[in-house]
Write a protein that binds this ligand. Structure first.
Ligand SMILES: Cc1cc2nc3c(=O)[nH]c(=O)nc-3n(C[C@H](O)[C@H](O)[C@H](O)COP(=O)(O)OP(=O)(O)OC[C@H]3O[C@@H](n4cnc5c(N)ncnc54)[C@H](O)[C@@H]3O)c2cc1C
Length: 587
């Protein structure tokens, strides 16, 4: 059984500061929350982010942000599409909040300076993506929506005098009082002067907005900062994490060869929304007949169809045909994607685009209520780090920027109501004993295990191999499962060199090793959840349990760490709201 640290090994804080609210992360979720607290209260706000402000997923978002903004559209129709994509396990109350509060939140974003693309009459130009039955995706700069939203929010936050921004500040662990209330966090700042090295920020509320977990896999659309730090810190502090098995693989990520790893260039679904379609090795369209929406079916359906066809044809990738757009449409509508493809030697105006599914989005995360508060009093989670329940088993395209925006407002409201005026934060209790770090040299093995065995298609043998491999890495840095291949993983980087041998010395407290340890924590919890859910639902596909089983599995897997650092999984049934024991008990 794997034992994960309950606290990261790090030097004792050499400095400390106090504030009312500390927000971790500077994507749409963190920036929106900071901005709205600053607008509506005198509270002191500290926003910390581990790289520069614009380093997260938000600036990479291409397609846009979904909301019922068009003539004839309605929140009810957006609700219906979201629920269908979520495959029976969306939190309907959370979805209602999302679709009802979404249109006003997007309009407000435009008012504070985000320049969305507009039609000739000045109305928002709206496009379609997979799973949507209406044109309801607002976009900016053609395919540069996230970059424009980030620019607008960063400008406003830097103007807000009540928000102190600390860049290059990697959050390590959460602090709690003896009574369990959140009391701040520890962090490592690569700075100068008084705030350099490990320190502590004492606060009355903490908002985790650390984005996704994409770096858990060998290839992902997520940037390098997406190492699941917020989810791992929440687990270590005792919070409940939910729905981690539901990882969305984007169907059309540019295939750059078996050796390519890390962040891979995305070809937005909006390209298919504008008429591009998938073909196989023989040039045959294969999505027609698979789903009524064909190439615009929900992402899990398209990703599975691609992986299956790749298996049937023993192919490394499938192909996207967008040649009918012509040069002008490519240049005006998708300038960022066009430039990225051409930089990799692919000319989509004349050639087919090689594509393959890659890890894209974590539908699960730190469990929250409708105000964004987690199971720990005073700890909030927002954006991709959170599990509000809006995505269920599969996120509907372009609902994630919207989630960060809508719930960022709600968290701000809850914090303003709760904290009122500035006040001294509570004293933290003595922290847990620190545990061993994972050597970052082992990160490629961890990612390879996940891509081989816990990808689009999963089965018991591969999942067990992943769990064993992760436990080996945690125990002594070796991996005895090397060479064991699961039945349905993504094309794994099989050309990788042999796994590294055990590190000779204890890994030093350093950014790479803290991140690697966070990846191990998230990966271990994710594998456990994927093993436990013995059915196929949404983005979780079990080859050995190919059917959806509402009788046994309509509900959620809640994950926590026990005292010894082993992940625990319990099943919470949707219809009864009871904590039912898992089939086979806790693992
Ligand atoms: C290529 C791509 C295209 C996408 N396209 C779309 C789209 O068209 N529409 C859509 O709705 N969604 C899209 N998504 C998903 C969407 O972009 C993300 O879900 C969303 O931006 C997440 O926002 P966030 O604020 O939660 O996290 P992020 O924007 O990822 O921000 C996380 C922040 O936390 C910081 N951080 C992380 N760890 C720490 C730590 N330990 N200490 C301090 N700071 C930390 C990071 O540096 C970063 O600032 C796309 C994602 C990608 C990768």
């Amino acid at each position: 059984m794997i034992s994960l640290p309950r606290r990261l090994t790090a030097p004792e804080p050499g400095w400390s500061t106090e504030t009312d609210v500390v927000i971790v992360g500077s994507g749409i979720a963190g920036l929106t929350t900071a901005l709205h607290i600053a607008r509506h209260s005198p509270l002191r706000i500290t926003l910390v982010t581990k790289d520069i402000l614009a380093a997260g997923s938000t600036p990479w978002a291409q397609g846009g942000i979904a909301a019922a903004l068009g003539a004839g559209d309605s929140p009810e129709e957006h609700f219906a599409d979201t629920i269908v994509a979520g495959a029976g396990v969306c939190d309907e109350a959370a979805v209602r909040v999302l679709v009802r509060e979404g249109p006003a939140a997007v309009r407000e974003l435009a008012q504070i300076g985000a320049r969305f693309d507009r039609a000739g009459d000045g109305s928002l130009s709206l496009t379609r993506e997979g799973g949507h039955h209406r044109n309801r995706i607002a976009h900016a700069g053609g395919d540069a929506t996230g970059a424009e939203i980030e620019r607008a929010l960063v400008t406003r936050v830097l103007d807000a005098t009540d928000v102190e921004v600390i860049e290059h500040a990697l959050v390590l662990d959460l602090l709690r009082t003896d009574a369990g209330q959140i009391a701040g966090l520890t962090l490592h700042v690569m700075g100068e002067g008084a705030r350099d090295g490990v320190g502590a920020v004492h606060a009355r509320a903490v908002v985790l907005a650390t984005g996704g977990i994409g770096q858990v896999y060998a290839s992902s659309t997520n940037p390098s900062v997406s190492t699941g730090d917020g989810v791992a810190a929440a687990l270590r502090a005792g919070a409940v994490v939910r729905d981690l098995e539901f990882v969305q693989f984007h169907p059309t990520v540019t295939w750059l060869g078996a050796r390519s790893r890390g962040q891979q260039p995305l070809v937005s679904e909006a390209v298919r929304g504008e008429g591009a379609f998938l073909v196989d090795e023989a040039g045959t369209r294969f999505m027609q007949g698979v789903h009524e929406l064909a190439d615009l079916a929900p992402r899990d359906v398209v990703a599975k169809a691609i992986v299956r066809r790749m298996g049937e044809q023993d192919a490394e990738n499938m192909w996207l045909d967008a040649r009918a757009f012509g040069e002008e449409k490519w240049r005006v509508r998708f300038p960022t994607i066009l430039a990225s493809l051409r930089a990799h030697g692919i000319d989509p105006v004349r050639e087919l685009i090689p594509v393959v599914p890659a890890c894209h989005f974590a539908s699960g995360g730190v469990r929250t209520d409708l105000s964004g508060e987690t199971s720990l009093p005073g700890l909030f989670a927002c954006g991709e780090t959170a599990c509000t329940g809006v995505h269920g088993a599969n996120r509907l395209a372009s609902n994630s920027l919207l989630e960060g925006l809508v719930f960022g407002h709600r968290i701000a409201d809850a914090i303003v109501r709760r904290l009122g005026e500035p006040q001294a934060p509570p004293a933290p209790a003595a922290p847990a004993a620190p545990g061993s770090l994972l050597d970052d040299a082992l990160r490629p093995r961890l990612q390879q295990l996940m891509s081989e065995h816990v990808g689009v298609l999963r089965e018991a043998k591969g999942l067990a191999a992943a769990a064993d491999g992760l436990a080996d890495l945690a125990a002594d840095g070796t991996d005895t499962t090397h060479g064991t291949h699961g039945a349905g993983g993504l094309p794994a980087p099989s050309t990788e060199p042999a796994p590294p041998t055990a590190p000779a010395t204890e890994p030093a407290p350093a950014t790479e090793n803290w991140e690697a340890t966070n990846l191990l924590t998230v990966a271990s919890a994710l594998v456990l959840a994927a093993q436990c859910r013995e059915e196929t639902r949404g983005s979780h596909w079990r080859e050995d349990f190919p059917d959806r089983d509402d009788g046994s599995w309509r509900g959620h897997l809640n994950l926590t760490l026990d005292k010894s650092g082993s992940p625990l999984c319990t099943f919470e049934r949707d219809d009864f709201g009871l904590n039912a024991p898992l089939k086979g008990g806790k693992r």
